[in-house]
Design a protein around this ligand. Structure first.
Ligand code: UDX
Ligand code: ADP
Length: 463
């Protein structure tokens, strides 16, 4: 079976970049990305590709090349489903905010909706690909909906988890460490797997394309994210010990990272990991373990989240303590709001929680982030429902450059590791601040000696 038409439901951080790269690398395949959100689709179709809704280095160029040729963005969900041989599901699967599994399980309502829509529309056999991170055995649920509500056509469900990291999505997609495709071990399942393998083989060498059963593939995604997040919580746990003992966490990370069994990546101590995946996927893993009665397994992984929450709170506490135990009416400047550099995504960003804590202490927060919009920052805070929306907009002022945001501040907190922060005229910033001027580097990106020589009281994580 040769694939010529692909549809992707969900034009978000995963669906958008993934489909743009498939379209670029497979000019013979027509790729249509659909979304219910009309504004989002309008933005993807903006004649100026710099205005597409997702910021990722290199993405706007790829969209400019492929859009209108074999890459299309549309709100006509049913038409795209009807025409495609392969349907990727890339809708969001947030943690449930209600009912059973609240705060832990993944909310599958968007997935179920997609499955029902596919079942209703499909008049020919289709391959349905899970792209969103989903709890293990979701494929089974999708299959049951498709088989029991469909028009009698055959569906093959594949799990093809996404391993791209935001901020490096394009390079991750162009040069993946591996592609994982899980499917049924029946002849029809294998045919579907091979059809998808052939799509990726247009630019990924076959030895990097792994095929497994569906459940291994689903669980591998959760496991990969749990292991990555665990490394961050492990080094963050050490960062607290370093602060007490006089060891330097960067030196410790370097020393252990040179052990080839450990390796150097994902050992950067920070104010805590954010992003749409790590917390959600671990909570999901914990929920699954608990539902099988595996309480020790659940507790083991939950500790990664507990440590991460502790690290965020520890950072805000440290700001308060260092500023003589009160930040009431003091201005604290935040540099960065995104959960990491080179993205405009703020989901689960540490900045949100640190801001919330400091506003509880009646601080005034002034923020600068190169890519995050004002509305996004305010809605992130409003979403926590700690206080009224009015109180949030009073406490948070947003600036379009760092120098303005820092003027008159008592302290600066670095919440995202944007490269531009390392290029600033820090003397100029220091001169404009309230004295003593404090700098809390939540990402360990600045040079402590240089800043201390200017006069800053400089506090990094883990030293
Ligand atoms: C992650 C996985 O890396 C990716 O494979 C998966 O598909 C989705 O989840 P993402 O959340 O986009 O990707 O970004 P990632 O680079 O993993 O960073 C997650 C968080 O960890 C960020 O807040 C980052 O700042 C933080 N981090 C990362 C650290 O604090 N220290 C590190 O050493 C690495
Ligand atoms: P991710 O990081 O997983 O890509 P996003 O929230 O960025 O998550 O994107 C998911 C997209 O899926 C959103 O734009 C949302 O509007 C879209 N979506 C959710 N449910 C449906 C649906 N049933 N049909 C079409 N689009 C959907």
């Amino acid at each position: 079976m040769k694939i010529t038409k692909i549809c992707c439901i969900g034009a978000g951080y995963v669906g958008g970049p993934t489909m743009a790269v498939i379209a670029q690398k497979c000019p013979d395949i027509q790729v249509t990305v659909v979304d219910l959100n009309e504004q989002r689709i309008k933005d993807w179709n903006d004649p100026n590709t710099d205005n597409i809704p997702i910021y990722e280095p290199g993405l706007s160029e790829i969209v400019a090349e492929a859009r209108g040729r074999n890459l299309f963005f549309s709100t006509e969900v049913e038409k795209a489903i009807d025409e495609a041989q392969v349907i990727f599901i890339s809708v969001n699967t947030p943690t449930k905010t209600y009912g059973k599994g609240k705060g832990m399980a993944a909310d599958l309502k968007y997935i179920e909706l997609c499955a029902r829509q596919i079942a209703k529309v499909a008049k020919q056999n289709k391959i349905v690909v899970e792209k969103s991170t989903l709890p293990v055995r979701t494929a089974e649920a999708i299959k049951s909906i498709l088989d029991n509500t469909g028009n009698g056509v055959q569906f093959q469900i594949l799990s093809n988890p996404e391993f791209l990291a935001e901020g490096t999505a394009v390079t991750d997609l162009l040069n993946p460490d591996r592609i994982l495709i899980g499917g049924d071990t029946t002849p029809e399942g294998e045919e579907a797997i091979n059809a998808l393998v052939d799509v990726y083989a247009n630019w990924v060498s076959k030895d990097k394309i792994l095929t497994t059963n569906v459940w291994s593939s689903e669980l591998s995604k959760l496991t990969a994210n749990a292991f990555l997040a665990q490394r961050i919580s492990s080094i963050n746990a050490m960062s607290e010990l370093c602060e007490k003992t006089g060891a330097d966490v960067n030196e410790v990370a370097k020393a252990i990272g040179m052990d080839s069994r450990i390796g150097p990546k994902f050992l950067k101590a920070s104010v805590g990991f954010g992003g749409s995946c790590f917390q959600k996927d671990i909570l999901n893993l914990v929920y699954i373990a608990k539902s099988y009665g595996l309480n020790e397994v659940a507790d083991y992984w939950e500790q990664v989240i507990i440590m991460n929450d502790h690290q965020k709170r520890r950072f805000s506490n440290k700001i308060v303590q260092t500023l003589y135990n009160t930040v009431a009416d003091k201005k604290i400047a935040f540099l960065g709001w995104a959960f990491k550099k080179d993205t405009n995504d703020t989901r689960e960003s540490a900045a949100i929680y640190v801001a919330d804590d400091l506003i509880n202490e009646q601080a005034k927060i002034s923020v600068y982030d190169p890519k995050v919009s004002r509305n996004k920052m305010l809605s992130d805070l409003d979403y926590l429902e700690t206080r009224s929306d009015e109180a949030n907009s009073k406490a948070l002022s947003i600036f379009d450059n760092a120098y303005e945001a820092c003027k008159g501040a008592h302290a600066i907190a670095i919440l995202t590791e944007w490269d531009e922060f390392t290029t600033y005229d820090w003397q100029k910033i220091y001169d404009s601040m309230h004295k003593p001027a404090f700098l809390f580097d939540g990402r360990n990106i600045l040079d402590s000696k240089e800043l201390e020589s200017i006069g800053f009281i400089y506090k990094a994580i883990g030293s």
